[in-house]
Design a protein around this ligand. Sequence first.
Ligand SMILES: [Zn+2]
Length: 70
Amino acid sequence: MKKAICIDCGAHYDVRRQLLGYPICKPCGEDAARQVVRCVVPLPKGNYTLITRKEELRNLNQKTSCYQPR
Ligand SMILES: [Zn+2]
């Protein structure tokens, strides 16, 4: 079977995964998913907001954020 090569760790993975649009292997994909996931952002109002998407974080327009791209 054809194998695709992970752009992250260089491991071989199922080419069907690549065809689905994932340039990385499953373990790396799970790591990435876990990283993006959620963070809790303290807002000036005093409440904490759960953020699940980077876009939401941007929309908050705060000086600080806990999102750190690799
Ligand atoms: Zn990988």
